[in-house]
Design a protein around this ligand. Sequence first.
Ligand code: FAD
Length: 317
Amino acid sequence: MKLTEKLNQSKNTLFSIEILPPLKGKSIQSIYDGIDPLMEFKPAFVDVTYHREEYIYKKREGGYLEKVSMRKRPGTVGICAAIMNKYNVEAVPHIICGGFTREETENALIDLQFLGIDNVLALRGDSIKTEPAFVPEPNGHPYALDLVKQVTDMNQAHYIDNDMKDAAPTNFCIGVAGYPEKHFEAPNMVSDLKFLKQKVDAGAEYIVTQMFFDNTKYFQFVEDCRKHGITVPIIPGLKILSGKKQIVTLPKIFHIDIPQPFYEALETCKDDKEIKAVGIEWCIQQCKELLKANVPCLHFYTMGASEMTKSVAKEIF
Ligand code: FAD
């Protein structure tokens, strides 16, 4: 079922989660162990992130370093199929431009359609860590916008090969990312919103935001989107801060702020147990305010912390 149908049918704010595939070599059981405690809150959908290859240096005999390409977290599509089968819940694979030619994307989308997956979150992906800026594959997509266009084309039975006769249309509901605190590469918010609008005009039917800890940023973002003619649902993405290190790493990785009152409360914590308690409480207050504002869904970046997500969901749903 398309997410937009779910969102339209529900009078109440929905609950959803995002999970990461396990590290290569680990069992899928860790995925089930993360989802099981949250099933009582009836997630409307489960997003599964996509992780492209990275380059690592392996020390070889004689001391020289070999540059090796490897995907640390493969399995997005398999996990989606497995959790749909096991839990009867909508799984939403993230699809990215990075590392894919247009043809590989087309083939991947055909696989998803055959598996009965109705929703995709279309993203550009970040640059490979060893590259200073995002580089698309030759004949790949430079922006998420181009990926959205390709999915929309397939939804209209337009495949890369124009000569294809009687091609069946796909029927994907497309989501895209939005950034209440601006995407870090965008020169300013107006420019970022202009490109977000282009993704929606090209066929994106809903937006999921980057995590934020300050609800005023989300409310302002929604207001700005509406002013720019973006009318689709905007689902807030939430992360529960779970350790002292994250006070530094989350702003650095995701280009977001930790609001001063939250920072002050975190600073007084003696250990990660106390940090977790403060993180949970902050997230509960965020959720309560977002619920009052009747947001379409509360989307949790669980990042392996499903017990913490459960502590928040218990207070909210
Ligand atoms: P785009 O929409 O392409 O935007 C990228 C930048 O380019 C922005 O600054 C935008 O303003 C600008 N821009 C857009 N179009 C144009 C244009 N035509 N000309 C000039 N500038 C333009 N990454 C992963 O690798 N895997 C995941 O599973 C994943 N999941 C995510 C889920 C969510 C909800 C979010 C918010 C992010 C996720 N990411 C993921 C990270 C994401 O891939 C990065 O933030 C990436 O840097 C940008 O992706 P995008 O889809 O927003 O890109």
